[in-house]
Design a binder for this molecule. Sequence first.
Ligand code: GDP
Ligand code: MG
Length: 178
Amino acid sequence: NAGAPDSKNLRVKLVLLGDSGVGKSCIVLRFVRGQFDPTSKVTVGASFLSQTIALQDSTTVKFEIWDTAGQERYAALAPLYYRGAAVAVVVYDITSPESFSKAQYWVKELQKHGSSDIVMALVGNKADLHEKREVSIEDATDYAEKNGMFFIETSAKTADNINQLFEEIAKRLPRPTA
Ligand code: GDP
Ligand code: MG
C-alpha cells in the first residue's frame, strides 16, 4: 500500500495564519509549484494544495496545506480552520509591524485553542524588501524562542528559504512510535 501514512510516510494538515497581504498564498504557490505571480489576487475561498517532501532518513512528509482568506476577516471561523492541524505557519511581513502584532495574536489563539502538540513556525516573509524592514530579526527571534516556535525569514518572490521552511517543519514533527 505505497503512499499510505505510516511511520515512514507522514501526512499532516498544515494551516497558514496571518494578516491579509503578508504573502501566505505566495509562499504556498512557491513551495508547491515553484512559481511567483506578482499579479495574483486574493485567495478565492479556501484553497487546498498538497506537496510531499522526502527527508534524509527516507521519511516522506505529505503536507496538506490549507490556505483560506476567511480567517483574515472572520476570526470566529478560525478554530474551524486550524482544528486538527499538526502544523501552523504564522506569517507576517517584515515591513509591517502591524502584521507582526497580528502574528502574535494568532500564536496566542493557537496556544489557547490549537492541538497541544501543534508545531508552530513564525515566518517573516518579504525578506527581499530588507530596505523597508520594520521588524527586526532580534525581536522576532526573541518572540519565537519564548513561545517555543521555529523562526525563519523567507521571500516567496526570490524563493529564499521557502523549501528550508518546510524541511525544518518536517524535522520537528512528532513521529508516530512503532
Ligand atoms: P496573502 O493575503 O497573505 O495570501 O498574501 P498574498 O500571497 O496574496 O500576497 C500579497 C501581496 O504580497 C502580493 O502582491 C504578492 O505579490 C506580494 N508578495 C508576497 N510574497 C512576497 C515576497 O516575498 N516579496 C515581495 N516583495 N512581495 C511579496
Ligand atoms: Mg491569500
